[in-house]
Ligand binder design. Structure first.
Ligand SMILES: [Zn+2]
Length: 256
């Protein structure tokens, strides 16, 4: 009942901002120095657990900026392995993570465009299966944890390919069942409860398997699979809580 009233009183955007504000205010309770978040630059005695009723990931979410394992990993990759924070580039960011937004928005070198199917979350309301930008519009695209939720995944990847410049780079990630060689989809998953059971999350439409790189490649992309935390020490992986690879692999896609 209280939840319903709260939802009626505040827009989705306001609720998200409230959630961030609440996190910042209560992060004091996580005071400590065991874990460190590279997105907000703060340290804590632990991160918050995150997950579903079926599975919880301990030390997943930053108590201050709400970054997740994959976001901290992606920021490391962006800072160390891409020119995104240095060169004049046009970047399209799908479903922008709220903890990455301020960092990318602050980068004066970037022509930074955010897009989401929900207009509350980005500059442009965009259906990834029908992107309203001309061919070859962007030097870089970031599209993290979107393709598992899209009805026509192939069409979405074709659109990403189309709007990426010929020498551009798309950084794509998704939840992957590392034990499964092929992506799993079933028509029986027609309710949130069933999707949670089949795909591990109630709003996923498929659970990608180890063939995710091939699903990107079938649309023309040349794909490099990057397990970036594998290049770091065990101590760094633990201190920044960079995950087990099931959500953090970066698929670096180019057109040639
Ligand atoms: Zn943080």
């Amino acid at each position: 009942m209280i939840k319903k009233i709260y939802k009626r009183l505040f827009s989705e955007k306001r609720r998200m901002k409230n959630r961030l504000l609440f996190s910042k205010l209560t992060s004091f309770f996580y005071f400590g120095n065991t874990f460190y978040c590279n997105c907000c630059g703060k340290s804590f005695r632990k991160f918050k657990s995150k997950g579903t009723s079926l599975k919880t990931r301990p030390n997943a979410e930053c108590p201050y900026c709400t970054s997740l394992e994959r976001t901290r990993n992606l920021l490391f990759y962006i800072e160390n392995e891409t020119p995104l924070l240095k060169e004049k580039l046009r970047l399209l960011h799908f479903a922008p993570e709220w903890c990455l937004l301020p960092i990318l928005k602050k980068a004066d070198n970037l022509d930074y465009i955010t897009a989401d199917i929900n207009p509350d979350y980005a500059d442009y309301q965009v259906d990834i299966m029908d992107i309203p930008f001309p061919d070859q519009s962007f030097d870089y695209i970031i599209c993290a944890h979107v393709l598992g939720h899209v009805p026509d995944e192939k069409k979405a990847v074709e659109e990403l390919f189309r709007v990426l410049k010929n020498d551009g780079v798309a950084l794509i990630s998704t939840i992957i069942d590392l034990k499964n060689p092929v992506t799993f989809e079933t028509e029986d998953a027609d309710t949130p409860e069933k999707r949670l059971r089949y795909y591990s999350e109630p709003d996923l439409l498929r659970l990608h398997g180890r063939d995710f790189d091939q699903r990107l490649a079938r649309c023309g992309f040349k794909v490099e699979t990057i397990n970036y935390p594998a290049f770091m020490s065990a101590e760094t992986r633990k201190r920044f809580a960079l995950g087990d690879g099931s959500r953090e692999l970066i698929f670096r896609c180019t057109k040639s």
